[in-house]
Design a protein around this ligand. Sequence first.
Ligand code: HEM
Length: 395
Amino acid sequence: MDKMTSTEPRVVGFPLRTPGEPFPPPRYEEYRRDTGLVLSYLPNGNKVWLVTRHEDVRAVLTNRKISSNPDHRGFPNISDTMGVPRQEQIPGWFVGLDSPEHDRFRKALIPEFTVRRVREMRPAIERTVEERIDAMLAAGNSADLVADFALPVPSLVISTLLGVPPVDRDFFESRTRTLVAIRSSTDQQRDTATKELLRYINRLVAIKEKWPGDDLISRLLATGTLHSQELSGVLMLLLIAGHETTANNIALGVVTLLLNPEWIGDDRAVEETLRFHSVADLVSLRVAVEDVEISGQLVRAGEGIIPLVAAANHDTDAFECPHRFDPARTERHHVAFGYGVHQCLGQNLVRVEMEIAYRKLFERIPDLQLAVPVEELPLKYDGVLCGLHELPVRW
Ligand code: HEM
């Protein structure tokens, strides 16, 4: 139960989502209005500050006294709480590094995710999306859009990006799916899938070292800035960071478009879907490494901080009528991809992927509709990311 006094910070329970409740939780609005920062405790007893105002979220994500490194005492490691295997110990897991170590990885990766590079990937993305739609149409007049479309598309796109040979794509797709299927896979299965993927990626790097091709791995090897173990960690990060995030946005976006059909065919829906759903609400994890003041609240060195991007993206001080899905809105400063030096590296790729996914899906299946009432869609409350376990559709 929440408690608050005028002198003490408000203390709220964790996890933050309750089954049956809409997302973002209406309580976020109260937290934002009251104090901005609220205090919570992870099941391991670690203290964590939750940041809810748009302005404060951006301030946290650009403050050098606040670190992304999970090795620091007090880091809010929520993986254990949310049923996800920990990968942070893998060398090359640069989302968990601070400057200057982080800069080396970021600099090496940026050329692979420019608008131009992503534009070159368009035909491959279009092909992947078309093939998935062909398979759904061939299978009948209904589908689970999560399993049959939203999950495989990003996984196949990433495997193309990494230069995974076509014969291995099924292996790749099935193992990445196990990682995100928190409902139907056990901790043990997810752990095994992680190990298998890492082994596969190590082998792939060794092959590209001997026989370079025109792909991301070969180009990164050619820069000579990352050693092969680091490179494997980087590839695992790309794989994990870009899979379920994109899949959840695609699935939730389709539902939103079905509920707001006047926006079908308008590419502005992509950006608004990202803001509106803010699936990566619990992704940016931080810890104070020095005492720091946020919104008038003293946060001590060694205390965890989670800037809640969904709360920030629904802040009425930053967005007009934030709870309205309005692709025509002109505010473009949402933080669905984070902010500052760790801002999502894959954002150009995601935008193109979502645009192609929505456009092709509604072009090829114009009478697409939900097969169950919207209130019965199984929302994911038990993972780090918000999304849907299933999306039954028919046409
Ligand atoms: C809609 C889909 C996506 C969302 C909502 C999303 C969200 C985010 C967020 C919030 C962060 C910041 C993490 C932090 O502050 O600690 C981040 C970082 C990152 N994302 Fe994404 N992401 C998406 C898709 C992708 C894709 C497709 C890729 C690559 C293939 C990718 C690669 C990365 C990487 C490598 C980082 C770490 C960047 C760094 O530390 O410098 N993401 N993402």
